[in-house]
Write a protein that binds this ligand. Structure first.
Ligand code: SF4
Length: 303
């Protein structure tokens, strides 16, 4: 039987014959997170150094790299089936979920996440609408938050950002469902952005779009903290990176960004690049204390 630590490290996005919907035990959500993978093609506009999605030729075997329009009825059918498996307990009668402790045997959220960037998928808003409508019809989904886990880039488009805001935060505040945007910011200086997120977006353009978005949407920031022990290009999260992060997040707050929380997490799963390693619990705590002295936000560490 799997230990809790092993269960948290499992992040297999395949489940039975499903195309879109998969369960994971989530330490951040506090139970079973029902993932919606809008990117079965593994498409993403970032190439994060810590990403556990294997896009190497061997990792792409059997994967159709072309985006196919999301089959929304199929997605909802898969969601329905998994919801029933969680409420009936059937999910916990089989490996690997048979080891999940009693108090975590519950659906914690529906997470738009997956093998790529969900906001870049053309069907992103129709899928979101279908999920919201589905939840409003299903009594066993009432109160289950929908979380968008994103690198934020699709929200840089004003129309998408506005549409999301209307759905998640009508009147500027979360509804009783507490739907959330978990907005990843891994770096706040050009060099670290290039090193960690490996995106082709010029940093200045990236940061001005981040600022515009965070001034409008009440997001939770998520920051991945990792060490890179590559002798040619090492990265130390306890170096200059943290000062830049603290200063830029504080600037956002000073400008009035309604940021809700800041989550720091580290590598929990094997990454394709073996030089990318988790920061120790002591290092994570040191970082939290450093940020907490400079930024007036609730900061939570997941290590
Ligand atoms: S944004 Fe997410 S899916 Fe895309 S490369 Fe980074 S970690 Fe992977």
């Amino acid at each position: 039987m799997e230990t809790l630590k092993t269960l948290y490290a499992l992040h297999d996005r395949s489940y039975q014959d499903n195309r879109y919907v998969y369960p994971v035990l989530s330490r951040r959500a506090g139970g079973i997170s029902v993932g919606i993978n809008l990117n079965p093609d593994k498409g993403c506009n970032f190439d994060c150094v810590y990403c556990q999605v294997d896009r190497t030729p061997s990792g792409m075997v059997g994967i159709d790299p072309l985006h196919r329009p999301t089959d929304i009825p199929l997605l909802l059918e898969e969601l329905n089936h998994l919801t029933e498996e969680i409420s009936s307990g059937a999910l916990f009668s089989r490996a690997p979920f048979e080891g999940v402790p009693e108090n975590l045997r519950k659906m914690a959220d529906i997470a738009l996440s997956g093998d790529g960037e969900p906001t870049m998928v053309p069907e992103f808003l129709p899928v979101l609408d279908a999920l919201l409508e589905h939840r409003s019809r299903k009594t066993d989904l009432l109160g289950i938050p929908i979380r968008l886990i994103t690198n934020g880039t699709g929200l840089f488009r004003h129309s998408t950002r506005r549409a999301l805001g209307k759905r998640f935060f009508p009147g500027g505040a979360p509804t009783s469902h507490n739907d959330e945007v978990w907005f990843k910011i891994d770096a706040a200086d050009p060099e670290s952005f290039r090193r960690i997120d490996q995106s082709s977006i010029p940093f200045d353009r990236y940061w001005s779009s981040v600022t515009e978005t965070l001034l409008e949407l009440p997001v939770t920031i998520q920051t991945m903290v990792c060490e890179i022990r590559n002798p040619r290009s090492p990265f130390d999260p306890l170096g200059e990176w943290r000062s830049q992060m603290a200063e830029h997040i504080r600037n956002l707050l000073d400008q009035g960004a309604p940021i809700r929380e800041w989550h720091l997490y580290t590598v929990a799963r094997k990454t394709p690049d073996p030089s990318v390693l988790p920061l120790s619990p002591e290092g994570m705590d040191c970082l939290r204390q450093f940020f907490q002295k400079k930024v007036a936000l609730p900061i939570r560490v997941f290590s």
